[in-house]
Design a binder for this molecule. Structure first.
Ligand code: GLN
Length: 548
């Protein structure tokens, strides 16, 4: 039976609850325990799949095809444990499940209420897989006091009563520094804890985000007013890199405080060597490479969170610092724009995924520039599709090549669809019933799929294998019938779905490094196990930097 750690937030949002939870997971692992992390989000969307990246940041896709919150990306990166569909839930999902049960008559005519029906549904969710790990960490999204989060707080309060002795609460707050007084202020934290206690939850541990060390006097004050032990007041100071967090929080006593709260006195000492190595690689790079990311959602860093992290991991593998610079693809669509001037000086170009036509002509130009100037190019999902359209237009002479996605969007037929909608293939291949298939994403290929790589290709060399599995999230596919035409011009289809129908990877063997992948490799990269594609891409960028 697992022990439960509930992580809540107070004072303000965006304090890094996801990172704190992920780091705690990593610390418990370092002490030899198994962990699972879970996110409970108060918003009413059934899942983040339909939310704009501008609203919610990246949609993180799991192996089993769930579209989830980007915090699950942190969980995976810090613990290496692959998340599942059952590790992410929203109020919308909970209510929708309760209402479905009500319609089915499962409640036998009872009046359906937030307590107990909604809270029971939440508790059942929290408990899934209780016998599989030593610790389940459940992060509650939002901040205490949010109206829509109340059923979650009530559910975890009840849960801790049902499972006395097996639950603790960690509360993340902010200690603002008031320069005029030269002091860290504890009042907002006191109020936030008061709010928590008014709904029946008494935190065992306070994680305090702060720009300064917390003086002993303030620690004692917090302990006294918030009813925790002074050792359970953990400082979470600003860090140069997120990957420093497990080491920093360990120094502050986070894991010790958690174990003490559970009365665990015989825990093994942590083995932090993995994180020492990660920190060493981050803080002692032996060079820098510049990567241009030509995308659409460039004004919001979180929209491509996993790509930014995977690039960092690739840099760590090669012991270089990766300077990723975001360029709005739409800039290249302006006829006067001098694309060469804009892309000159970068050691590699990455075109990430995206939806809709806006910016795609710019991405096609970026792919052309990379191909013609021998700049390493990594195209991910839409970035692969754009590289194929570029080759079709400029090498194979299909001058009006395009994607059905853009024709669907505009309602007119303007392109020869080199990239087409995969509805029929999907319908014939729904071997695994995926929940996401039921909603708007119904026509999407979501989650892990296998691919077979051509022996001797660059991609097979990079993976060191000819059989791989990667995560997908897209509706459209490169049309296999253009393979002969494109291969004759040098663009090889070096990875295909095992049934031989869907192109998964394209590459130019005579280019220093030009690869397009239909999947999202960034989702599986870890700081201590960088994804081979990103390691190889950064290696190519490093090589390019030495040529100029
Ligand atoms: N819009 C494209 C598709 O649906 C690409 C999706 C993506 O890049 N994730 O196929």
């Amino acid at each position: 039976m697992a022990r439960y750690i509930f992580i809540t937030g107070g004072v303000v949002s965006s304090l890094g609850k996801g990172l704190a939870s992920a780091s705690l997971g990593a610390l418990l692992q370092a002490r030899g325990y198994s962990v699972r992390l879970r996110k409970l989000d108060p918003y009413l969307n059934v899942d983040p799949g339909t939310m704009s990246p501008f609203e919610h940041g990246e949609v993180f896709v799991t192996d089993d095809g769930a579209e989830t919150d980007l915090d699950l990306g942190h969980y995976e990166r810090f613990t290496g444990v692959s998340c599942r569909k059952t590790d992410s839930v929203s109020s919308g999902r909970i209510y929708s499940d309760v209402l479905e049960k009500e319609r089915r008559g499962d409640y036998l005519g009872k009046t359906i209420q937030v307590i107990p029906h909604v809270t029971n549904q939440i508790k059942e969710f929290i408990e899934i897989g209780d016998d599989e790990v030593d610790f389940q960490l459940c992060e509650i999204g939002g901040t205490v006091g949010d109206i829509e989060a109340l059923p979650f707080f009530e559910a975890i309060r009840q849960f801790s009563q049902d499972k006395r002795g097996r639950c603790i609460f960690m509360h993340l707050t902010l200690l603002p520094y008031v320069a005029a007084a030269g002091e860290l202020k504890t009042k907002p934290t006191q109020h936030s804890v008061k709010e928590l206690r008014s709904i029946g939850i008494a935190p065992d541990i306070l994680m305090c985000r702060s720009e300064h060390e917390i003086p002993q006097k303030e620690r004692e004050k917090l302990a006294l007013f918030c009813n925790v032990r002074p050792e359970a007041v953990i400082a979470a100071l600003d860090l140069k890199s997120i990957y420093e967090a497990p080491l920093a929080y360990h120094r502050e006593g986070m894991d010790r405080a958690v174990l003490e709260a559970f009365n665990i006195i015989d825990a093994p000492a942590p083995d932090m060597s993995k994180w020492d190595d990660v920190a060493d690689r981050i803080f002692n790079p032996e060079g820098t490479v510049r990567v241009a990311i030509v995308g659409k959602y460039t004004s919001l860093g979180d929209a491509y969170k996993s790509i930014a992290e995977a690039l960092t991991h690739g840099g760590m593998h090669n012991r270089v610092k990766v300077k990723a610079e975001w360029i709005d693809a739409e800039l290249f669509e302006n006829k006067e724009d001098n694309i060469a001037a804009r892309l000159q000086g970068y050691n590699a170009i990455l075109v990430p995924g995206g939806f809709g036509e806006r910016g795609t002509e710019g991405k096609i130009k970026a792919a052309k520039y990379a191909r013609e100037h021998d700049i390493p190019y990594l195209g991910i999902c839409l970035g692969m599709q754009m590289a194929v359209i570029e080759a079709a237009r400029n090498l194979a002479g299909i001058t009006d090549a395009g994607s059905e996605e853009f024709d669907h969007e505009s309602g007119g037929k303007r392109f020869t669809p080199v990239v087409y909608h995969l509805k029929e293939w999907l319908e014939g291949n729904r071997t695994i019933k995926r929940e996401a298939d039921d909603h708007k994403g119904g026509t999407m290929r979501l989650g892990a799929y296998n691919a077979t790589l051509t022996p001797g290709s660059k991609i097979a060399e990079i993976y060191g294998s000819t059989a791989i599995s990667e995560r997908h999230r897209h509706r459209y596919e490169v049309d296999m019938s253009y393979r002969p035409q494109l291969e004759a011009k040098g663009l090889k289809f070096s990875g295909i779905s095992p049934d031989g129908k869907l192109p998964e990877i394209v590459e130019y063997p005579d280019h220093p490094w030009f690869i397009g992948v239909q999947f999202h490799p960034e989702l599986k990269s870890r700081p201590f196990k960088p994804h081979p594609l990103f390691s190889s891409f950064i290696k190519a960028a490093l090589k390019q930097s030495r040529l100029v």
